[in-house]
Design a protein around this ligand. Structure first.
Ligand code: PMP
Length: 298
């Protein structure tokens, strides 16, 4: 069967060229394909503008530096590229760019070379970007919250790099998928790390907390954003090691990511989160952070 027929054909960017997505090609010897040797970024676009782009570009630069891939296109060069793709995608879907929410995916691999684990610093990276329509959480999920399951965090110890080697994240996500749940909340040595593709927040006594920004978690762009929104809302914000028992005893639990924005976890391993009449329902801090988030998006 020829799968290409069904692939989208709006414009993407590959190594200096714009071309239809279904025609873009990379070599089978690309180290991204052979080793998962590369990094990526996912950026939300509201009203045609990438949201917190400077933060995403800075994280991309950090990932590149960590894995020693030389790629120096600056934030302005990338912003122009993104603008082109975002407008082409909107035109392709027949919608006005101001009326849709989109998602940019950027991937940079170490490049094409004969298969060898050794890093050759002379290689030219493979640089790719595409735009898709954002698929936000449903109204039902926003109203009732979502169920998650917990698991041991079996991923590697360089979780701070936004690596395209995502097999461990995919296997982690499959644990919750098999259980008909939305995310897998992970613990390492009895402490909360994050979920398979989201950060996890514990709300207790009006304080909003998450795991420290170390090598065991990806620092979501929403780490900084939630810090700002908490300051605006007069909520205390704290990053510290969080024990498993504190997660299950939370007043509220939240997920954050580019697509989920901020989303309430109302059940974990089948247990209702929260206390009293509030148990198993999205809480007041979620509502405040969600509203504040919607304001800063505009
Ligand atoms: N942790 C992991 C492991 C992720 O993959 C993601 C999303 N890519 C996040 C956290 C959330 O990051 P962001 O808020 O930048 O989407």
């Amino acid at each position: 069967m020829n799968h290409l027929v069904a692939l989208p054909h709006h414009l993407c960017y590959l190594n200096g060229e714009y071309l239809p997505l279904n025609e873009a090609r990379v070599s089978v010897l690309d180290r991204g394909f052979i080793f998962g040797d590369g990094i990526y970024e996912v950026v939300p676009v509201y009203g045609g503008k990438p949201f917190r782009w400077a933060h995403h570009h800075a994280r991309m630069a950090r990932s590149l530096q960590e894995v020693r891939i030389p790629h120096a296109d600056d934030a302005a060069t990338w912003a122009a590229r993104i603008d082109h793709l975002v407008n082409a995608h909107a035109a392709h879907t027949g919608q006005r760019v101001g009326n849709i929410e989109q998602l940019i995916y950027i991937q940079i691999t170490r490049g094409v070379a004969p298969r060898d684990h050794v890093i050759d610093p002379q290689l030219s990276p493979t640089v790719f970007a595409m735009v898709n329509t954002m698929k936000p959480p449903s109204a039902e999920q926003r109203e009732h919250g979502v169920s998650c399951v917990s698991a041991h965090d079996f991923r590697w110890e360089k979780g701070h790099i936004k690596s395209i080697s995502l097999l461990s994240a995919i296997l982690a996500r499959d644990i919750s998928h098999q259980a008909h749940a939305v995310e897998t909340v992970m613990f390492r040595n009895g402490h909360l790390t994050e979920a398979s593709s989201s950060n996890v927040w514990v709300v207790k006594n009006g304080s909003v907390m998450a795991a420290p920004k170390d090598n065991l978690v990806l620092e979501g762009i929403r780490y900084g954003l939630l810090e700002e929104l908490c300051a605006q809302e007069g909520l205390s914000y704290e990053l510290r090691p969080i024990r498993r028992s504190e997660v299950f005893d939370a007043d509220e639990l939240l997920l954050t990511s580019a697509t989920k924005e901020v989303l309430p976890i109302t059940h974990l391993d089948g247990q209702a989160i929260g206390h009293g009449a509030q148990a198993g329902r999205p809480g007041p801090i979620y509502q405040r952070l969600y509203q504040a988030y919607q304001k800063v998006k505009q």
